[in-house]
Design a protein around this ligand. Structure first.
Ligand code: C2E
Ligand code: MG
Ligand code: MG
Length: 650
């Protein structure tokens, strides 16, 4: 970028030089033109004085030939010269101004006519012919006075004065316009310089908060690190990400979201020292560069202060909120020896702070890199695992409380990694999303489920609907409809037995297109369940537009029941909402008999959880389905009610 700046400055300087040079050249041309005009003017005057001079000399030589002193040859020469002076005045380009003076043309015509008349006698005049010479002189005497008057007028007459005055006037006007040109040119260049520095400022700053942006930081960090190395000081890089900003944006509106970012920007700016920089990296992510640091402790002190300041109560359009942020700090050159790595480290520390709920800031630790290494290894091996069928699906039953029957099953991904052991499906899905494997993974799961279902049908096992989970980018970025169509066709799966589970959050990623996406899926004949319901912030309006069949109450609400069993208000309102939208409701994460009682009391009749069964492998779920087929209820409703231990009869 500095190279670009130098180039721009050089270009501007060139423009200034060219402009100044061309102004100078045009000024010189103008002076030359004026001089030429004056010379022309003078040329006219010279021609008229030459005429008078030649007339007098001709008259003088006439007299002298008449008196026998002058030579006739010289007479002829003078006569020719007089002719030529008249021709110059009558036809010369430089004498046009003089020619146009009042009476000039007439004088020249008459003088020429007179010369033509006396020409024979002039040419034949002999030495001593005084009489003829006197006659000839007499014929010219009247012209003597008129030619003098003409000569004087051509130098000093009003016409000549006017012309010279006009030249000077023009001169003045041109000078004024040149000054105007120079001034406007200078102004133009100044404006150009100002405009270019403004657009440079814009390109390096965030419009909403006025803070430096990522581009600025990329340039500045390198310089700051060099300065720190020279001075032997430390450099703290704090990466700050607001918690739940998306929800605030979605629930209170973008205007409030913008206000929040502006207030956070002001709070952060209020915490830093004169050598430090606050920047907005984009979205709800900020960065603070702390320079001239002597001890690492002062970095963590600033981290704490930044989090504290963000956490103060905030008013957004009259709504009171308590913001919070996750902050990661990394110190150069202690934690990393390059600016790129120090930023990555600060990011890692921030993610760790975000993951460890209740912790607002973290200093980078080398083991955080291991997390990345694990993710890289898993991502690399996940691709092979998908291709080699190393992944397996387990199935968790959804039970009807009243009858104890399995009404559907949910397929859940399991990966036993040779080095890391059990890898949770949440981690597998997150990695697949981050490393571009979502399409492959989701398609694999759906295909497996369909094949398993077809297998049960072929084996004569009494089947129930099977639910598959769809990850966010599969839903939002890929053509889920096309994938489903293809898999349903390939496996000859009956679409109505397939339940697609999408989390409430996922449908919120693109509120506008979600109803459309789901309608397309519904058109294929599949059922749709809204998973982890209650954890997102969707509005009733959003829900009403979604063509879903089932709501799955997130297990955190069921677990809340264990903490305060007497407070089922949230569950009650979710069930009320589902009923008003005519949706089937399923409770997740049922671990205690009491949960079932509480849920039944509120009108929820279906659920899944460890109380009934964990997710089990396909052999075990097949057994369960078979015993159900033989009329043996798996879970004793009466026993559940009585609060007794669950008996799995199969
Ligand atoms: P989910 O879809 O909400 O699945 C329910 C999760 O709750 C499962 O966790 C299940 O084992 C767990 N669970 C069920 N009953 C109980 C209970 O009583 N107590 C407790 N503490 N947990 C219970 P799991 O298998 O670890 O899956 C976690 C999440 O990973 C799933 O949440 C789902 O969002 C995702 N996931 C799992 N398999 C797949 C998959 O094949 N594809 C995609 N895209 N996501 C999957
Ligand atoms: Mg699910
Ligand atoms: Mg769930």
């Amino acid at each position: 970028m500095p190279g670009y700046r130098v180039l721009r400055t050089v270009t501007l300087l060139c423009v200034v030089v060219v402009f100044a040079a061309s102004t100078l050249v045009s000024y010189r041309r103008h002076v030359e033109t004026s001089q030429l005009l004056t010379v022309t003017q003078k040329g006219g005057g010279w021609a008229s004085s030459e005429l008078e001079f030649e007339l007098l000399r001709f008259m003088h030589i006439l007299e002298s030939v008449g008196l026998g002193r002058g030579a006739p040859d010289e007479l002829v020469l003078r006569f020719d010269l007089l002719w030529s002076r008249i021709d110059v005045l009558r036809e010369g380009a430089e004498t046009s101004e003089v020619r146009e003076m009042a009476g000039a043309q007439l004088l020249l015509d008459e003088l020429q006519a007179m010369l033509r008349r006396i020409e024979p006698r002039v040419l034949s005049l002999t030495q001593g012919d005084t009489a003829t010479a006197d006659q000839l002189v007499d014929s010219l005497i009247p012209f003597e006075k008129r030619v003098r008057a003409f000569n004087v007028a051509s130098f000093n007459g009003p016409d000549a004065q006017n012309r010279i005055r006009r030249v000077f006037e023009l001169n003045r006007l041109v000078s004024i316009s040149i000054v105007g040109l120079v001034l406007s040119g200078t102004l133009l260049i100044l404006m150009l310089i100002r405009e270019s520095s403004r657009s440079r400022h814009q390109s390096l700053h965030d419009e909403l908060t006025g803070l430096p942006n990522r581009k600025f930081i990329n340039q500045h960090l390198t310089a700051a690190a060099k300065a720190a190395s020279r001075a032997g000081s430390l450099l703290g890089v704090h990466v700050i990400d607001l918690n739940n900003f998306k929800e605030i944006n979605d629930t209170l509106g973008h205007n409030c979201g913008d206000q929040m970012l502006q207030q956070v920007a002001a709070r952060l700016s209020g915490c830093i020292g004169p050598h430090d920089t606050v920047a907005r990296l984009g979205g709800d992510e900020f960065l603070v560069i702390q320079e001239r640091v002597k001890h690492a402790d002062s970095c963590t002190r600033l981290s704490r202060l930044l989090c504290e300041q963000i956490g103060h109560e905030m008013l957004l359009d009259g709504t009171r909120i308590y913001p919070s942020a996750s902050l990661g700090v990394s110190i150069y050159p202690v934690d990393a020896d390059s600016v790129a790595q120090v930023q990555i480290n600060a990011d890692l520390a921030m993610y760790r702070a975000k993951r460890d709920s209740g912790v607002s800031y973290r200093r980078f630790e080398p083991e955080m890199n291991e997390v990345i290494q694990r993710a890289n290894t898993l991502a690399r091996e996940l691709k092979e695992a998908i291709q080699d069928n190393q992944l397996v699906l387990h199935y968790q039953p959804v039970v009807e409380f009243e009858s104890g029957r399995i009404v559907s099953i949910e397929a859940l991904l399991r990966w036993h990694h040779p080095r890391y052991g059990y890898v949770s499906p949440v981690e597998v899905v997150t990695i697949a999303e981050q490393y571009g494997l979502a399409l492959e993974l989701n398609e694999w799961v759906i295909r497996q489920v369909c094949l398993q279902y077809r297998h049960w049908v072929a084996e004569g096992v009494e089947t129930v609907c099977v639910a598959v989970n769809i990850s966010p980018s599969m839903y939002a970025l890929h053509d889920l409809e096309a994938s489903l169509t293809q898999i349903l066709e390939d496996t000859a799966m009956s679409a109505e037995h397939l339940i697609i589970e999408v989390t409430e959050d996922t449908t919120m990623r693109d509120i506008e297109s979600s109803p459309d996406t789901l309608h397309k899926l519904k058109a294929l004949g599949v059922q749709i369940a809204l998973d982890d319901f209650g954890t997102g912030y969707s509005s009733l309006n959003h829900l009403k537009r979604l063509p879903v069949d089932k709501l799955k109450i997130d297990r955190s609400f069921i677990q809340d029941l264990n903490i305060s069993p007497k407070d089922p208000r949230i569950i009650r309102s979710i069930i009320g909402l589902a009923e008003s939208l005519d949706l089937q409701i399923i409770a997740e994460g049922i671990e205690f008999v009491q949960n079932v009682d509480d849920l039944v009391a509120e009108g929820c009749l279906l659920g899944q959880g460890f109380l009934f069964s964990k997710a089990v492998d396909s052999a075990r779920i097949t057994e369960m389905l078979r015993s159900q087929q033989q009329g043996i209820p798996l879970f004793q409703a009466a026993e559940i009610r009585a609060g007794m231990a669950i008996v799995q009869r199969a």
